[in-house]
Design a protein around this ligand. Sequence first.
Ligand SMILES: *[C@@H]1O[C@H](CO)[C@@H](O)[C@H](O)[C@H]1NC(C)=O
Ligand SMILES: *[C@@H]1O[C@H](CO)[C@@H](O)[C@H](O)[C@H]1NC(C)=O
Length: 389
Amino acid sequence: MRPISLRRFIALGMICLSTVGCLVIWATEPIRRPKARPKDIHSDDILSYSFFQRPVLTSKCTRQLQFWTNSNVNGYSDDAIRFHCPGVPCEASIIANTNISTTKVSDGVVFFPEAKWSWKKMHSARPRGQKWVFFSRESPSMISPGVIPPMKYYNDSYDYIMTYRQGSDFLVEFGHYDETRPEVRADDDRNWATKKKNIVIGPAADYQFATWQRGNFIKELQEFVPIDTYKACIDSKPCTESEGFEEKVRSYKFSLALDISRCRDFITEQFFVSLASGTVPIVDGPAREDYERVGPPNSFIHVNDFTSVHELADYIKLLDGNDELYNRFFDWKKLGTVVSIKMADLFATENICPIFLRMHEDEMKIGTDVTTNRKVPDWDEWWWNSCSY
Ligand SMILES: *[C@@H]1O[C@H](CO)[C@@H](O)[C@H](O)[C@H]1NC(C)=O
Ligand SMILES: *[C@@H]1O[C@H](CO)[C@@H](O)[C@H](O)[C@H]1NC(C)=O
């Protein structure tokens, strides 16, 4: 280190008394380190910086994300869709295909569970620093086990998690409770039971494969309370159980929001659609705590709270005959609003931007070896063991 003269020492010292930022300058001044890069950086700087941090994959400042899928996701295709994300200096680009040539020049890959891939091929095509995203909106029971890397690649595959599980890097939400926006005024004392059919609505018992005896449960409950069933998805494919549900559910006091799997955090659209539509969902799926974590207080009935279907039916009948009790399930509307999120919204460009922002932030982490920075959840524990069937 070069010696610092006394005058210089005093001058620097005085300046630095007032600002913390100066400490950095002071410490780095004598050894001429590269200047800290400002937050709002010109795109050319990113390129020159990238030369020593990671390979430059594209000739201009664009960050490309590959959706590894052949199905039509919101119109993304082989033709890149380009847009800008707030806080990300480079242009964002999305290409959807399963072409390994695209992988070789992409900054990130989102693996769609319905697509197939060879881990070996993907690893050999992967440029240094390319981010891999584990994506699933389905529970473990509904998707291929092949999405989980083999032991050999266990610690060297996905960087980010994009699922319905709490703690995901990018949470795939089917809805949420917004506590900052009351839906009705505090003095709103409407009767939420008015003009509603006193019967419950539920999915047709035989409608879709479920990992538990959902069909039997519906049939059993039907012996005690009338249940209107609906069949969604008759013409349109692919579709979710929620299609056709939303219009019907409004006119019912209760809905059966029975998830196809009983997996931690796996709470699908019907729960949120019911709440947003002014219907009390009767839920079965993960434990009560999981619903409480994402839903409004006292807003649903959990099947597990009853020892038998008969007991549940009695409770439904009690609420059906007592508007005062029934209305307590809507008190939360004076405190907040439930927003349900459609599948199509999940992949709107603004909802993909958090991935580009995160890639940008990680790229900016000076001196971090991106390849040793992978996310390592215990896949057995975190994914496979999250369901009780
Ligand atoms: C994959 O991408 C490359 C490069 O863009 C292209 O030449 C090739 O035709 C593509 N392959 C398929 C099967 O689309
Ligand atoms: C993955 O990383 C964990 C924690 O660092 C380590 O215990 C485990 O042995 C690694 N597994 C493999 C297959 O390398």
